[in-house]
Write a protein that binds this ligand. Structure first.
Ligand code: GLV
Ligand code: MN
Ligand code: MN
Length: 413
Protein backbone atom coordinates (compact mmCIF):
# COMPACT_ATOMS: atom_id res chain seq x y z
CA UNK A 1 0.00 0.00 0.00
CA UNK A 2 1.35 3.44 -0.87
CA UNK A 3 1.48 6.14 1.76
CA UNK A 4 -1.17 8.12 -0.13
CA UNK A 5 -3.71 5.33 0.38
CA UNK A 6 -3.19 5.18 4.13
CA UNK A 7 -6.36 5.92 6.16
CA UNK A 8 -7.00 6.07 9.89
CA UNK A 9 -9.01 3.39 11.65
CA UNK A 10 -12.25 5.28 12.39
CA UNK A 11 -13.61 2.53 14.64
CA UNK A 12 -10.50 2.56 16.79
CA UNK A 13 -10.60 6.36 17.00
CA UNK A 14 -14.22 6.18 18.16
CA UNK A 15 -13.52 3.56 20.82
CA UNK A 16 -10.50 5.54 22.08
CA UNK A 17 -12.67 8.64 22.51
CA UNK A 18 -15.34 6.53 24.21
CA UNK A 19 -12.77 5.03 26.62
CA UNK A 20 -11.60 8.49 27.63
CA UNK A 21 -15.21 9.67 28.00
CA UNK A 22 -15.66 7.16 30.85
CA UNK A 23 -13.14 9.08 32.97
CA UNK A 24 -14.99 12.01 34.48
CA UNK A 25 -18.06 11.35 32.36
CA UNK A 26 -21.29 13.02 33.51
CA UNK A 27 -24.80 11.51 33.60
CA UNK A 28 -25.75 14.04 30.90
CA UNK A 29 -23.27 12.45 28.48
CA UNK A 30 -20.58 15.09 28.89
CA UNK A 31 -17.28 15.41 30.71
CA UNK A 32 -16.19 16.93 33.99
CA UNK A 33 -12.44 16.49 34.08
CA UNK A 34 -10.83 19.64 35.34
CA UNK A 35 -7.09 20.07 35.15
CA UNK A 36 -4.93 18.23 37.72
CA UNK A 37 -7.85 16.50 39.41
CA UNK A 38 -8.00 12.75 40.08
CA UNK A 39 -9.95 12.32 36.85
CA UNK A 40 -7.26 14.18 34.91
CA UNK A 41 -4.64 11.87 36.46
CA UNK A 42 -6.63 8.80 35.39
CA UNK A 43 -6.96 10.08 31.82
CA UNK A 44 -3.22 10.86 31.76
CA UNK A 45 -2.37 7.37 33.04
CA UNK A 46 -4.43 5.79 30.27
CA UNK A 47 -2.87 8.10 27.67
CA UNK A 48 0.65 7.16 28.86
CA UNK A 49 -0.29 3.47 28.73
CA UNK A 50 -1.41 3.92 25.12
CA UNK A 51 1.85 5.69 24.27
CA UNK A 52 3.80 2.81 25.83
CA UNK A 53 1.83 0.28 23.79
CA UNK A 54 3.17 1.79 20.58
CA UNK A 55 6.68 2.16 22.01
CA UNK A 56 6.84 5.93 21.98
CA UNK A 57 9.54 7.64 23.97
CA UNK A 58 7.68 9.39 26.77
CA UNK A 59 8.70 12.74 28.19
CA UNK A 60 6.82 14.50 30.98
CA UNK A 61 8.01 18.04 31.51
CA UNK A 62 7.93 20.14 34.69
CA UNK A 63 4.52 21.57 33.70
CA UNK A 64 3.07 18.10 33.29
CA UNK A 65 2.92 18.36 29.49
CA UNK A 66 3.19 14.79 28.20
CA UNK A 67 5.02 14.08 24.95
CA UNK A 68 5.38 10.79 23.08
CA UNK A 69 8.08 10.68 20.41
CA UNK A 70 8.47 8.35 17.47
CA UNK A 71 12.00 8.92 16.33
CA UNK A 72 12.63 9.78 12.70
CA UNK A 73 15.60 8.91 10.51
CA UNK A 74 17.01 12.42 10.86
CA UNK A 75 17.12 12.69 14.61
CA UNK A 76 18.68 16.12 14.62
CA UNK A 77 16.04 17.67 12.36
CA UNK A 78 13.26 19.65 14.09
CA UNK A 79 10.29 17.41 14.76
CA UNK A 80 6.66 17.44 13.72
CA UNK A 81 4.33 17.80 16.69
CA UNK A 82 0.60 17.27 17.12
CA UNK A 83 -1.86 17.07 19.99
CA UNK A 84 -4.20 19.09 22.16
CA UNK A 85 -5.54 18.64 25.70
CA UNK A 86 -7.31 16.04 27.84
CA UNK A 87 -8.65 18.42 30.50
CA UNK A 88 -12.23 19.60 30.06
CA UNK A 89 -14.64 22.30 31.11
CA UNK A 90 -17.02 21.67 34.01
CA UNK A 91 -19.92 19.76 32.42
CA UNK A 92 -18.14 20.10 29.08
CA UNK A 93 -18.02 17.79 26.10
CA UNK A 94 -16.32 14.58 24.99
CA UNK A 95 -14.50 16.07 22.00
CA UNK A 96 -12.97 19.42 22.95
CA UNK A 97 -9.22 18.78 23.06
CA UNK A 98 -9.73 15.04 23.23
CA UNK A 99 -10.26 14.71 19.49
CA UNK A 100 -6.90 16.36 18.81
CA UNK A 101 -5.05 14.05 21.20
CA UNK A 102 -6.79 10.88 20.03
CA UNK A 103 -6.50 11.89 16.36
CA UNK A 104 -2.73 12.26 16.71
CA UNK A 105 -2.60 8.99 18.67
CA UNK A 106 -4.49 7.23 15.88
CA UNK A 107 -2.01 8.58 13.32
CA UNK A 108 0.94 7.30 15.39
CA UNK A 109 -0.70 3.91 15.96
CA UNK A 110 -1.13 3.61 12.23
CA UNK A 111 2.51 4.46 11.55
CA UNK A 112 3.62 1.88 14.10
CA UNK A 113 1.42 -0.96 12.87
CA UNK A 114 2.33 -0.32 9.23
CA UNK A 115 6.02 0.01 10.13
CA UNK A 116 6.16 3.41 8.49
CA UNK A 117 9.23 5.42 9.30
CA UNK A 118 9.53 9.14 8.68
CA UNK A 119 12.51 11.38 8.11
CA UNK A 120 11.62 13.69 10.96
CA UNK A 121 10.60 12.66 14.45
CA UNK A 122 6.82 12.74 14.92
CA UNK A 123 5.59 13.52 18.43
CA UNK A 124 2.25 13.69 20.19
CA UNK A 125 1.48 16.04 23.09
CA UNK A 126 -1.13 16.43 25.81
CA UNK A 127 -0.81 20.02 27.06
CA UNK A 128 -1.61 20.76 30.71
CA UNK A 129 -4.52 23.02 31.73
CA UNK A 130 -5.71 24.24 28.36
CA UNK A 131 -9.14 25.18 29.62
CA UNK A 132 -8.03 27.60 32.32
CA UNK A 133 -11.15 26.86 34.33
CA UNK A 134 -9.50 25.55 37.46
CA UNK A 135 -6.18 27.35 37.14
CA UNK A 136 -6.29 30.60 35.19
CA UNK A 137 -5.31 31.67 32.66
CA UNK A 138 -5.90 29.11 29.93
CA UNK A 139 -3.13 27.22 28.13
CA UNK A 140 -0.72 27.33 31.06
CA UNK A 141 1.18 24.25 29.87
CA UNK A 142 1.79 25.39 26.31
CA UNK A 143 2.24 29.00 27.48
CA UNK A 144 5.16 28.08 29.75
CA UNK A 145 6.59 25.73 27.11
CA UNK A 146 6.51 28.57 24.57
CA UNK A 147 8.18 30.94 27.04
CA UNK A 148 5.13 33.20 27.37
CA UNK A 149 4.53 32.52 31.09
CA UNK A 150 7.08 32.16 33.84
CA UNK A 151 7.09 28.62 35.20
CA UNK A 152 7.08 29.62 38.86
CA UNK A 153 4.26 32.08 38.30
CA UNK A 154 2.25 29.26 36.69
CA UNK A 155 3.12 27.01 39.66
CA UNK A 156 1.70 29.60 42.07
CA UNK A 157 -1.70 29.93 40.35
CA UNK A 158 -4.43 28.99 42.86
CA UNK A 159 -7.76 27.25 42.27
CA UNK A 160 -10.90 28.57 44.04
CA UNK A 161 -10.02 26.55 47.13
CA UNK A 162 -6.54 28.08 47.26
CA UNK A 163 -4.75 24.91 46.14
CA UNK A 164 -1.70 25.78 44.07
CA UNK A 165 -1.08 24.45 40.56
CA UNK A 166 2.29 22.98 41.54
CA UNK A 167 0.87 21.18 44.60
CA UNK A 168 -1.82 19.55 42.50
CA UNK A 169 0.66 18.70 39.74
CA UNK A 170 2.86 16.94 42.31
CA UNK A 171 -0.11 15.27 43.97
CA UNK A 172 -1.21 13.56 40.75
CA UNK A 173 2.40 12.56 39.99
CA UNK A 174 2.86 14.53 36.79
CA UNK A 175 5.54 17.04 37.73
CA UNK A 176 8.15 15.74 35.34
CA UNK A 177 11.87 16.36 35.12
CA UNK A 178 12.23 17.72 31.60
CA UNK A 179 12.41 21.51 31.36
CA UNK A 180 9.15 23.02 30.10
CA UNK A 181 10.93 24.84 27.35
CA UNK A 182 10.28 24.91 23.65
CA UNK A 183 12.39 22.73 21.42
CA UNK A 184 12.77 23.07 17.67
CA UNK A 185 9.49 22.20 15.97
CA UNK A 186 9.26 22.04 12.19
CA UNK A 187 5.44 21.97 12.17
CA UNK A 188 2.66 21.80 14.78
CA UNK A 189 -0.80 20.63 13.75
CA UNK A 190 -3.69 20.77 16.20
CA UNK A 191 -6.84 18.91 15.24
CA UNK A 192 -10.00 20.15 16.98
CA UNK A 193 -13.75 20.40 16.79
CA UNK A 194 -14.90 23.77 15.48
CA UNK A 195 -16.96 24.60 18.63
CA UNK A 196 -19.14 26.98 16.61
CA UNK A 197 -21.86 26.91 13.94
CA UNK A 198 -19.96 27.93 10.78
CA UNK A 199 -19.09 24.59 9.16
CA UNK A 200 -22.58 23.23 9.68
CA UNK A 201 -24.07 26.40 8.21
CA UNK A 202 -21.94 26.33 5.07
CA UNK A 203 -22.24 22.55 4.78
CA UNK A 204 -18.48 21.88 4.70
CA UNK A 205 -16.56 19.09 6.37
CA UNK A 206 -13.08 20.43 7.09
CA UNK A 207 -12.51 23.86 8.60
CA UNK A 208 -9.20 25.51 7.73
CA UNK A 209 -8.56 28.25 10.31
CA UNK A 210 -6.33 31.14 9.26
CA UNK A 211 -5.87 32.06 12.91
CA UNK A 212 -7.46 32.57 16.32
CA UNK A 213 -9.18 35.64 17.76
CA UNK A 214 -7.33 37.61 20.40
CA UNK A 215 -8.62 37.08 23.94
CA UNK A 216 -8.55 39.20 27.08
CA UNK A 217 -9.70 38.06 30.51
CA UNK A 218 -10.51 40.29 33.47
CA UNK A 219 -11.52 39.67 37.08
CA UNK A 220 -13.95 42.19 38.55
CA UNK A 221 -14.37 42.74 42.30
CA UNK A 222 -17.39 44.71 43.52
CA UNK A 223 -17.83 45.73 47.16
CA UNK A 224 -21.03 46.67 48.92
CA UNK A 225 -22.41 46.72 52.42
CA UNK A 226 -24.04 43.61 53.84
CA UNK A 227 -27.19 43.97 55.86
CA UNK A 228 -30.40 42.21 56.88
CA UNK A 229 -32.66 41.69 53.85
CA UNK A 230 -35.82 42.45 55.84
CA UNK A 231 -35.44 45.60 57.96
CA UNK A 232 -33.06 47.44 55.57
CA UNK A 233 -34.99 49.90 53.38
CA UNK A 234 -34.42 49.74 49.62
CA UNK A 235 -33.32 53.36 49.69
CA UNK A 236 -29.59 53.76 50.37
CA UNK A 237 -28.54 50.15 49.98
CA UNK A 238 -25.07 49.33 48.61
CA UNK A 239 -25.92 46.01 47.04
CA UNK A 240 -22.81 44.56 45.40
CA UNK A 241 -24.78 41.99 43.42
CA UNK A 242 -27.15 44.57 41.94
CA UNK A 243 -24.17 46.70 40.87
CA UNK A 244 -22.54 43.59 39.38
CA UNK A 245 -25.77 42.71 37.57
CA UNK A 246 -25.77 46.09 35.88
CA UNK A 247 -22.12 45.59 34.90
CA UNK A 248 -22.89 42.16 33.44
CA UNK A 249 -25.47 43.77 31.14
CA UNK A 250 -22.87 46.30 29.96
CA UNK A 251 -20.54 43.41 29.05
CA UNK A 252 -23.29 41.86 26.97
CA UNK A 253 -23.89 45.16 25.17
CA UNK A 254 -20.18 45.81 24.55
CA UNK A 255 -19.80 43.98 21.18
CA UNK A 256 -22.86 45.78 19.80
CA UNK A 257 -21.38 49.14 20.82
CA UNK A 258 -17.81 48.45 19.68
CA UNK A 259 -18.54 46.68 16.37
CA UNK A 260 -16.19 44.30 14.57
CA UNK A 261 -16.30 40.59 15.24
CA UNK A 262 -16.20 41.04 19.01
CA UNK A 263 -17.87 38.73 21.51
CA UNK A 264 -17.97 39.33 25.28
CA UNK A 265 -19.07 37.03 28.08
CA UNK A 266 -19.48 36.86 31.84
CA UNK A 267 -19.30 33.15 32.64
CA UNK A 268 -18.28 32.97 36.28
CA UNK A 269 -19.72 34.81 39.25
CA UNK A 270 -19.14 34.46 43.00
CA UNK A 271 -21.51 36.19 45.39
CA UNK A 272 -20.74 36.66 49.11
CA UNK A 273 -21.93 35.73 51.60
CA UNK A 274 -24.53 34.16 49.29
CA UNK A 275 -27.40 33.91 51.70
CA UNK A 276 -30.96 34.61 50.62
CA UNK A 277 -31.60 37.04 53.45
CA UNK A 278 -28.38 39.05 53.40
CA UNK A 279 -27.73 41.97 51.05
CA UNK A 280 -24.52 40.87 49.25
CA UNK A 281 -21.35 42.76 50.16
CA UNK A 282 -18.88 41.22 47.73
CA UNK A 283 -19.05 39.89 44.20
CA UNK A 284 -16.33 38.61 41.91
CA UNK A 285 -17.09 37.97 38.29
CA UNK A 286 -15.12 37.31 35.12
CA UNK A 287 -15.11 39.02 31.74
CA UNK A 288 -13.98 37.32 28.52
CA UNK A 289 -13.54 39.61 25.48
CA UNK A 290 -12.51 38.29 22.08
CA UNK A 291 -11.95 39.88 18.69
CA UNK A 292 -9.47 39.98 15.83
CA UNK A 293 -8.65 43.69 16.03
CA UNK A 294 -6.16 44.23 18.86
CA UNK A 295 -6.82 47.97 19.07
CA UNK A 296 -10.54 47.39 19.33
CA UNK A 297 -10.02 44.78 22.03
CA UNK A 298 -7.97 47.27 24.07
CA UNK A 299 -10.49 50.09 23.59
CA UNK A 300 -13.33 47.75 24.57
CA UNK A 301 -11.62 46.88 27.85
CA UNK A 302 -11.06 50.59 28.58
CA UNK A 303 -14.65 51.53 27.71
CA UNK A 304 -15.93 48.77 29.94
CA UNK A 305 -13.79 49.91 32.84
CA UNK A 306 -15.16 53.46 32.55
CA UNK A 307 -18.70 52.11 32.46
CA UNK A 308 -18.01 50.00 35.58
CA UNK A 309 -16.68 53.09 37.40
CA UNK A 310 -19.88 55.03 36.63
CA UNK A 311 -22.04 52.19 37.95
CA UNK A 312 -19.80 51.84 40.97
CA UNK A 313 -20.17 55.53 41.86
CA UNK A 314 -23.92 55.63 41.31
CA UNK A 315 -24.48 52.59 43.51
CA UNK A 316 -21.85 53.36 46.13
CA UNK A 317 -20.11 50.07 45.45
CA UNK A 318 -16.33 50.32 44.92
CA UNK A 319 -15.08 48.24 41.99
CA UNK A 320 -11.66 46.84 41.13
CA UNK A 321 -10.86 45.63 37.61
CA UNK A 322 -7.91 43.29 37.20
CA UNK A 323 -6.68 42.32 33.74
CA UNK A 324 -5.48 38.76 34.21
CA UNK A 325 -4.73 37.56 30.69
CA UNK A 326 -4.30 38.91 27.21
CA UNK A 327 -3.31 36.94 24.16
CA UNK A 328 -3.14 38.65 20.79
CA UNK A 329 -4.80 37.12 17.76
CA UNK A 330 -2.83 34.29 16.18
CA UNK A 331 -2.01 34.12 12.48
CA UNK A 332 -1.21 30.58 11.45
CA UNK A 333 1.65 29.64 9.13
CA UNK A 334 0.50 30.21 5.54
CA UNK A 335 2.30 27.22 4.12
CA UNK A 336 0.85 24.84 6.70
CA UNK A 337 -2.63 26.32 6.30
CA UNK A 338 -2.36 25.65 2.58
CA UNK A 339 -1.20 22.14 3.35
CA UNK A 340 -4.33 21.50 5.42
CA UNK A 341 -6.55 22.89 2.64
CA UNK A 342 -4.80 20.94 -0.13
CA UNK A 343 -4.77 17.72 1.87
CA UNK A 344 -8.50 17.98 2.59
CA UNK A 345 -9.16 18.41 -1.13
CA UNK A 346 -6.87 15.53 -2.10
CA UNK A 347 -8.78 13.30 0.28
CA UNK A 348 -12.06 14.38 -1.29
CA UNK A 349 -13.39 16.41 1.64
CA UNK A 350 -15.04 19.81 1.27
CA UNK A 351 -13.26 22.61 3.09
CA UNK A 352 -13.90 26.10 4.38
CA UNK A 353 -11.50 28.87 5.31
CA UNK A 354 -12.35 30.48 8.65
CA UNK A 355 -11.12 32.00 11.91
CA UNK A 356 -11.23 30.24 15.29
CA UNK A 357 -13.29 31.96 17.97
CA UNK A 358 -12.10 29.43 20.54
CA UNK A 359 -8.65 29.61 22.08
CA UNK A 360 -6.22 26.73 21.61
CA UNK A 361 -2.71 25.69 22.60
CA UNK A 362 -1.95 26.35 18.93
CA UNK A 363 -2.04 30.06 19.85
CA UNK A 364 1.07 29.74 22.04
CA UNK A 365 2.80 27.10 19.94
CA UNK A 366 2.10 29.33 16.93
CA UNK A 367 4.18 32.08 18.51
CA UNK A 368 7.31 29.91 18.41
CA UNK A 369 6.79 27.35 15.61
CA UNK A 370 4.98 27.05 12.27
CA UNK A 371 1.44 26.05 13.22
CA UNK A 372 -1.93 25.21 11.67
CA UNK A 373 -5.19 23.66 12.79
CA UNK A 374 -7.79 21.33 11.32
CA UNK A 375 -11.46 21.72 12.29
CA UNK A 376 -14.47 19.43 11.91
CA UNK A 377 -18.11 20.49 12.45
CA UNK A 378 -19.76 20.72 15.86
CA UNK A 379 -23.36 19.54 15.72
CA UNK A 380 -25.68 22.48 16.35
CA UNK A 381 -22.59 24.63 16.94
CA UNK A 382 -22.65 23.50 20.59
CA UNK A 383 -19.44 23.18 22.65
CA UNK A 384 -18.28 23.50 26.28
CA UNK A 385 -21.56 21.72 27.07
CA UNK A 386 -22.49 18.11 27.74
CA UNK A 387 -24.28 17.71 24.41
CA UNK A 388 -21.17 18.73 22.45
CA UNK A 389 -21.08 16.34 19.50
CA UNK A 390 -19.44 15.62 16.15
CA UNK A 391 -20.32 12.74 13.81
CA UNK A 392 -17.89 9.82 13.84
CA UNK A 393 -17.54 10.22 10.05
CA UNK A 394 -16.34 13.78 10.52
CA UNK A 395 -13.98 12.71 13.33
CA UNK A 396 -12.47 10.16 10.96
CA UNK A 397 -12.25 12.62 8.05
CA UNK A 398 -10.39 15.20 10.13
CA UNK A 399 -8.03 12.53 11.47
CA UNK A 400 -7.20 11.54 7.88
CA UNK A 401 -6.36 15.15 7.06
CA UNK A 402 -4.17 15.29 10.17
CA UNK A 403 -2.43 12.00 9.28
CA UNK A 404 -1.50 13.19 5.80
CA UNK A 405 -0.43 16.64 6.94
CA UNK A 406 1.84 14.98 9.51
CA UNK A 407 3.30 12.61 6.93
CA UNK A 408 4.03 15.38 4.44
CA UNK A 409 5.67 17.60 7.04
CA UNK A 410 7.58 14.68 8.57
CA UNK A 411 9.08 13.65 5.25
CA UNK A 412 10.00 17.03 3.81
CA UNK A 413 13.40 18.57 4.16
C1 GLV B 1 -10.87 27.54 25.30
O1 GLV B 1 -11.47 26.53 25.55
C2 GLV B 1 -11.57 28.77 25.07
O2 GLV B 1 -12.01 29.37 26.05
O3 GLV B 1 -11.76 29.13 23.91
MN1 MN C 1 -9.96 22.79 23.25
MN1 MN D 1 -12.35 24.27 25.57
Amino acid sequence: MSLRDLRVNGRRLKSTIEELAKIGGTPGGGMHRLSLTDADKKARDLFVQWLCEIQLEIIVDEMGNIFGKKRGEKEDWPMVLSGSHLDTQPFGGRFDGILGVTGALEALRLLRENRISTRRTVAIVNWTDEEGTRFTPAMLGSGVWAGRFDRDWAYSRPDVQGKKFVEELERIGYKGQAPARKWPVHAYFEYHIEQGPVLEKVGKRIGVPMGILGISWHDIWVEGQANQAGPTPMEGRNDALVAAAEMVLRVNELPGNMGGDMVATVGEIHNFPNSRNIIPDRVRFTVDIRCWDEGLKKRAAEALKEEFMRISQRRGCPVRVEGIWDIPHTVFDRRLVQRVEKTARQLGYSDHSMVSGAGHDAAYVGQVAPTAMIFVPSIGGRSHVEVENTTWEDCEAGANVLLHCLLQSANEE
